[in-house]
Design a protein around this ligand. Sequence first.
Ligand code: CA
Length: 252
Amino acid sequence: MTVPTETTARTTILVVEDEDPIRRFLRTTLDARGYRVTEAATLAAARIAVTARPPELMLLDLGLPDGAGLGLLREVRGWSRLPIVVLSARGQEDSKVQALDAGADDYLTKPFGVPELLARLRAALRRGASKAADEAPTIVVAAADGHGLRLDLQSRRCQKVSPGGAVDVALTPTEYRLLVELARHRGKVLTHTQLLRAVWGPRHDGDVAYLRVYLGQLRQKLEPVPARPRWLLTEPGTGYRFEAGPDPGRGD
Ligand code: CA
């Protein structure tokens, strides 16, 4: 199975970072991969850059000299679904979670390596380019080894796919809502708060135990090896991610 090469030429990434060495490293790295890089070292410059000519993706440092990146993130989310990947320092777990709750697509914890940086950017850009797929009636995940999932949003039918064929899986209404919420944002980290609000409503922000129970049930029903999940991944201390897999289908 071949994975199509992604075209990255001319894709503009706005790098908002006040530390010169990190900004230079990002520019050099992304430039070498064919991305067009624009830069901002302050919140004020970033606000101008993102509104004057919106990039395809914004890499946003949370700690900037003239204010918090979180404020800009909320502003931009007010008018754009542009993919935003947040750069957070080690130990800033709270701000990372706040950023995801405010609508960031993903985060990178400094220091990060080039492969992780590129993989997270590719995933965020893919989602940005295929937002229409969010509304596609069928969500398909297919791995190269023949395992996968098929989720039909119109008939509410869920199938577990294995090399031997596809079998229908009966899900409870809550399991189904949780799976759809994760699958619609596949590849993206959803925080505990986001998932609890989406599935159980705003009064259940603190009921993280619900999530553990229901994620456990979904893994038992859907994962080839429930103890080593491939689709329903835990982001420790943060939330959960529905992994897109190496070769995501696009539905019909
Ligand atoms: Ca900083």
